[in-house]
Design a protein around this ligand. Structure first.
Ligand code: AMP
Ligand code: GLY
Length: 428
């Protein structure tokens, strides 16, 4: 099988390294890929949004299967485009991708089908939103842009001034472009947060091991929101009992709801959950694998990833057993100085061998290029170290040990990835 993976980050690198293990996979292309990915796949210089480019490449190369990994091409109908010329894909079509690309769509879906989530109101007018926030007078309150906003469209406002500013930024200053034409004002939820990625073909849903992301830039969950600075799996707050509750009240009802709405979901459906005192509630859906969750979840997967993806595209997930090891997994992101704000590019990365790897840990590349045999930085999140262990402590220590060798000038990383998870384990 010749596979094309669309995307260019650490998530795509982890998907490619998992697909490479399959004896059904003979060749992997990645469009556009990155420096590290070029050691595991053949990079193809096609922009991830370029549907016509992707179609003609897939046709000329006789690609058998395409994995569309990032949110933007999914929301823009990349799967619809490729399927229209008969190429099977892993990922939802445009209509089903709305579960992530429109928060108004997903909140309405949850309300209609009684899927637990925070209370909310939708606004398409800034004055009405501000009046509502003033009358409600309950802080913190959560303001969300309707559309995709690179993970930055959610503001937790501690007081009226912050809420007012967030509404104005989104609706009047158009900070997130059209994504902020509509906004949601949502109830603030608290509790441990859990990410659960699930395989689904629209009828059957099979959850992967749970994980915990670390979204803020600095230790102690301080600093700005980022794409994610590290992750661990499984998440110790997510017990078997909670998993059963989620299956019954959230996962199955969601795929049934999507089917009833005429947009059955196929691919990886990501549930961002808050384990509140009133039970698990959905904070967000993503229509794809999470980044960096994928970099800790896929290393624990025992079943052949391609077999699962192929079964999903044939609507036969029911027939495949999805198995994970009992180990723990951790990854830590090495970021450019200044990230998530502006940062320099082109800094030489030390400690990587010619395959972009180092001893003992796996390196998933995100923002790297390979130039004259040298790996250099080209993005905010540059790479992550990823390791497994029989205890969470061991996995974390191993992941961090990667930075004894791999580093670059002024690189920064969080020192406390997995600390909260270890505290939860110790309390048990
Ligand atoms: P998102 O960009 O949708 O992933 O949201 C970013 C982060 O904002 C989430 O990971 C949560 O930590 C937080 N968040 C989103 N919605 C809520 C909510 N209703 N209550 C509390 N925190 C929230
Ligand atoms: N790590 C969160 C996301 O992928 O959206």
């Amino acid at each position: 099988m010749k596979i094309l993976v669309i995307g260019k980050g650490g998530r795509e690198h982890a998907i490619i390294r998992a697909l490479k293990k399959s004896n059904k996979v003979t060749k992997i292309f990645c469009a556009p890929g990155n420096g590290g990915i070029s050691c595991d796949a053949i990079n193809v210089p096609i922009n991830e949004m370029d549907k016509e480019g992707m179609k003609s490449f897939a046709k000329n190369e006789k690609i058998d299967f395409v994995v569309v990994a990032p949110d933007n091409p999914l929301a823009d109908g990349m799967v619809d485009a490729l399927e229209s010329i008969g190429i099977p894909c892993f990922g939802p079509n445009k209509k089903a991708a709305q579960i992530e690309s429109s928060k108004v769509f997903s909140k309405k879906l949850m309300k209609k089908y009684n899927i637990p989530t925070g209370d909310y109101e939708v606004f398409d007018n800034a004055d009405n939103a501000i009046d509502y926030i003033k009358n409600q007078n309950k802080y913190p309150t959560v303001i969300k842009a309707d559309g995709l906003a690179l993970g930055k469209g959610v503001i937790i406002a501690k007081n009226f001034e912050e809420a007012n500013e967030a509404v104005k930024d989104m609706m009047i200053n158009h900070k997130f472009g059209e994504s902020g034409n509509k906004i949601i004002v949502e109830e603030f939820l608290s509790g441990p947060e859990v990410s659960v990625l699930c395989f689904t073909d629209g009828k059957t849903i099979k959850p992967m091991v749970s994980s915990m992301d670390h979204k803020r830039a600095l230790d102690g969950d301080k600093g700005l929101n980022t794409g994610g600075m590290g992750a661990i799996a499984p998440n110790p707050a997510y017990t078997n009992e909670i998993e059963q509750e989620c299956m019954k009240n959230i996962f199955i009802p969601t795929i049934e709801a999507m089917e009833k709405e005429g947009c059955p979901f196929s691919g990886c459906l990501y549930f961002g959950l808050m384990l509140t005192d009133d039970g698990p509630k959905v904070i967000e859906y993503n229509c794809r694998f999470g980044d960096p969750e994928t970099q800790v979840v896929l290393p624990l997967l025992e079943t052949d990833l391609f077999t699962i993806m192929e079964a999903i595209s044939k609507k036969e997930l029911e027939k495949v057993e999805v198995k994970f090891t009992n180990k723990y997994s951790a990854c830590v992101v090495l970021a450019s100085p200044g990230y998530p704000e502006s940062y320099p590019k082109g800094i030489t990365i030390n400690g990587l061998n010619k395959d972009g790897q180092t001893d003992d840990v796996t390196i998933y590349h995100a923002g790297t290029i390979l130039e004259n045999g040298e790996f250099k930085t080209s993005g905010g999140r540059v790479l992550c170290t990823s390791a497994t262990g029989s205890t969470l402590n061991e996995a974390i220590a191993k992941a961090y040990s990667g930075f004894n060798k791999v580093n670059f000038n002024n690189a920064h990383y969080r020192k406390d990835i997995g600390k909260k998870a270890l505290e939860i384990l110790n309390d048990k």
